[in-house]
Structures are given as structure tokens and as C-alpha cells.
Design a protein around this ligand. Structure first.
Ligand code: UDP
Ligand code: MG
Length: 320
């Protein structure tokens, strides 16, 4: 049975790589259509995430040149995760299979046929997993490793070394879209959708052109969002810290009372200062973590739209 595939590609200032991306993904798509693996209605859907360069111009140009290229334009930059979700929510109505992939060609497009094979074997979710992190800097490798092990300790189910390169069936996509949260961390959400899943391994390459759109600040924010969106373990940690502090202070109290009874009272300026600083620090950390969650509640209860689509030609092309 043939299925319709849509490849969703988020793009933020990707004018340097886009021509090559269209070429490589287009080749794969055409080959799969020729081999009768997917229907000729299959498409590439570029989601322009408020790019400031010529990305949307290029997408519009390719939309006219190739029938299989479609585009969707955000009214501003909403971020990678929202771009992926928007692409999926538009594509799900007309596709049996959705593959998401970054625009920069770091992920090997040649495993797409293998992913579809796995889908045909009955898997609803196929993760693209990198088999090495050689192309990463030492720093990124270490931090990624630390992040995955921390998440595991916090009880969050992630597929290590899989980013947002994956295949989802129609029903898995619908399941994912039913998650109504605003703070998106898709790689944590996909395993929660369930269904049968498998992995396909590939070697991740260097970015084809341009530079990373994920500077350290965005990466840290993303990691923090992943933790606080998926786990309340930090709150428990504070509870334990508080209990420990109370226990220590009880011991101190006993000690102080004994000292007082024995008449060894010393005016302990230094210990006083230390406790003030220590307690002050603990309180500040606690307040900031609680604040983090209140911030989440704040943004969730507002139920703001996750994105606004300014322009979209996918639906029209699919209806033709
Ligand atoms: N991206 C996006 N919006 C953003 C930042 C990034 O749509 O605000 C896209 C970007 O165009 C790329 C993908 O997300 O297709 C991953 O970004 P990048 O390759 O720069 O991240 P890295 O691989 O360096 O982690
Ligand atoms: Mg990249």
C-alpha cells in the first residue's frame, strides 16, 4: 500500500543551505515516488520561522518550480519546536507519514527510505539516532551526555542522541498534537504518545552551510525547559534540602543550648554571618525554582496560540 509522505523542515535564516536541502530532499522524494513507495502527492513542507534573510523568497521560488515543494510562513520567529509542530499540524490532514528534519543537512537524508521501510513493517514512530557525536565540539558532547543522564535520573524518558529527526505515523502525529502545552519539548513528548517505535542509526554530519541557530543561551534555555516541563523533581530536591537544613539546625540548637548551660557563650559573629548567607542562598534558590514553575503555570493558563500562520500553500496544493 502506498502512503503519502510529508517532510517537515523548520527554517530560520537558512538561505545558504536551502538550495542544497531542496535538491537532496527532492531527489529522495522523487526516487521514492518512482519506486512506488510513496504517492506522487508527497511533499516537502518548509516552515519559515520568521527568517530575516531571503529564506521565504527562496521557498516561494521553489514552490513555483517544483510541485513537491510547499511552504508555510510564520508571522515572526516562534522557535524551532513550534515550527515543527505547525508543520505537523498542517500536514497531518493530508499525510499518512510525516518526517521532520532540520534544514541544515546535518542529519543523513539517505536513511529516509529505511525509516519508511520501518513504518511499513508496522512501526508508528521511527527515531533517527546518531551513532556518534564526532562532529560535535567536546563541550557540546559533554553537556549533551550530562543532560541525558540528568533527565534519566529525573524520570524523563528520552531517546538518547535522537534530536528532532524522526518519522511519525498519522495517528502518532495526531496523538502528539493532542498535547496542549505551550512549553514544547517534543523529544520528551513523542515517547509519551506511545505506539510502537524503533530506531534507525546514522552518522551526523557538520552543518552544510551557515551557522548554528542554537547559540549556548538558546541551548541552555531549551535544556531548562525540558527539565521543568517534564519533571517536578527539582521541587522534591528543595524539600529534601529543606529537611536536611532543619535537621542540621536542630543539632546546632542542641549544641548551642549545651554550650550556653556550660557557660561557654561566645559572641559568634562569623557563624551568624555564615548561617545568614547560607539560609539566604537556599531560600533564593528555592524561590527561583518555585518561580520557574509558577512561570510555567502562568504561560499555560493563558492558552495563547502557539503560532500564527501568515501564509500557507500546502493545503491548496494538496486539494488540487
Ligand atoms: N530553527 C528554527 N527556529 C529557530 C532556530 C532554529 O526553525 O529559532 C531551525 C533551523 O533552521 C534548523 C533547525 O531549527 O533547521 C535546527 O537548528 P540548528 O541546525 O541551527 O541547530 P543545531 O544543529 O546547531 O543544534
Ligand atoms: Mg543543525
Amino acid at each position: 500500500m502506498k502512503n503519502t509522505l510529508t517532510i517537515v523542515v523548520p527554517c530560520y535564516n537558512e538561505q545558504e543551505v536551502l538550495p542544497e536541502t531542496v535538491k537532496e530532499l527532492g531527489d529522495i522524494l522523487e526516487k521514492l515516488v518512482d519506486k512506488n513507495v510513496i504517492t506522487p502527492k508527497s511533499k516537502i513542507l518548509f516552515v519559515n520561522d520568521g527568517s530575516k534573510d531571503k529564506t521565504w523568497k527562496l521557498i516561494s521560488k521553489y514552490t513555483k518550480e517544483h510541485n513537491y515543494v510547499t511552504g508555510l510562513k510564520f508571522s515572526r520567529n516562534y522557535g524551532h519546536q513550534n515550527a515543527l509542530l505547525a508543520g505537523m499540524s498542517v500536514a497531518v490532514n493530508y499525510s499518512d507519514i510525516i518526517i521532520t528534519i532540520d534544514a541544515d543537512l546535518q542529519d543523513d537524508v539517505n536513511i529516509i527510505p529505511k525509516m519508511i521501510e520501518k513504518y511499513n513493517e508496522g512501526y508508528d514512530v521511527v527515531y533517527g539516532v546518531r551513532n556518534s557525536r564526532k562532529t560535535d565540539t567536546f563541550f557540546k558532547r559533554r553537556t549533551a551526555l550530562a543532560f541525558y543522564s540528568l533527565m534519566k535520573k529525573l524520570g524523563v524518558n528520552l531517546v538518547p542522541d535522537s534530536a528532532d529527526y524522526r518519522l511519525l505515523s498519522k495517528r502518532a502525529t495526531e496523538g502528539l498534537l493532542a498535547f496542549k502545552e505551550r512549553n514544547l519539548f517534543l523529544r520528551g513528548m513523542v515517547p509519551l504518545v506511545g505506539y510502537s517505535s524503533t530506531k534507525v542509526y546514522y552518522a551526523r554530519k557538520e552543518r552544510f552551510a551557515g551557522e548554528s541557530k542554537y547559540p549556548l543561551s538558546k541551548m541552555l534555555h531549551f535544556a531548562l525547559n525540558g527539565i521543568t516541563s517534564f519533571s517536578i523533581a527539582p521541587i522534591h530536591l528543595i524539600l529534601y534540602l529543606g529537611l536536611l537544613t532543619v535537621a542540621i539546625s536542630i543539632i546546632c540548637m542542641v549544641y548551642v543550648i549545651i554550650e550556653k548551660c556550660l557557660g561557654h557563650v561566645v559572641s559568634g559573629w562569623s557563624s551568624l554571618m555564615i548561617s545568614i548567607w547560607l539560609l539566604g542562598g537556599i531560600q533564593l534558590i528555592s524561590i527561583s525554582v518555585i518561580g520557574e514553575y509558577i512561570g510555567k503555570i502562568f504561560s499555560e493558563v493563558k492558552h495563547r496560540p502557539r503560532f500564527t500562520i501568515e501564509e500557507e500553500n500546502y493545503t491548496r496544493k494538496m486539494k488540487d
